[in-house]
Unconditional design. Structure first.
Length: 173
């Protein structure tokens, strides 16, 4: 009887807890920011992509910018990499340009704007235990760059408690 207790104690001590979900380095995109690219093929994409779109007009010109995700690369928490492309200008033979990747389970356009009248975008990266990493992206020098990040926790009333103010309210994707 006591031998079984010792065996159970050893087994319990040897089991590892599942590691917490933490932010990971974003995979390398297939093309550089500003280079010609094909939505659904270039950016952060896997070998057998499951393509989805969240196209939005980010610069207010009435045309949608292509925002493409490979759902096969999404994490179990729902975090994905959203590739952004600016289409060719009307009347030109220009190509679609890759302008960056947003990381998050959800995206929100903000009311503030970066260069070229491009809307700022916030990504919500799910961590664990009700925690979120809010990452704000701004269009600078021809591409979207990470501009700010906040660690937040979802409160009992479903509001976010963050280390400091989370900026402007926006519109959910």
């Amino acid at each position: 009887m006591s031998r079984w207790i010792v065996v159970l104690g050893v087994l319990a001590a040897c089991t590892r807890q599942k590691p917490a979900a933490t932010p990971k380095m974003m995979p390398m995109p297939s093309v550089q920011v500003g280079a010609c690219g094909t939505p659904g093929q270039d950016g952060v994409m896997g070998k057998s992509p499951r393509i989805d779109h969240a196209d939005r007009d980010l610069d207010g010109d009435g045309r949608l910018e292509a925002i493409v995700v490979d759902r096969a690369l999404c994490t179990p928490e729902g975090n994905c990499y959203w590739n952004v492309f600016l289409g060719p200008r009307p009347g030109t033979t220009d190509c679609s340009r890759y302008v960056g990747t947003f990381a998050g389970s959800a995206l929100e356009t903000l009311t503030t704007r970066g260069e070229d009248n491009m809307l700022d975008v916030r990504g919500y990266w799910n961590l664990h235990g009700g925690r979120l990493l809010l990452q704000a992206y701004r269009f600078v020098r021809g591409g979207y760059q990470l501009d700010d990040a906040l660690l937040c926790r979802r409160a009992a009333d479903d509001k976010l408690d963050c280390a400091e103010g989370a900026g402007d309210a926006g519109h959910d994707f």
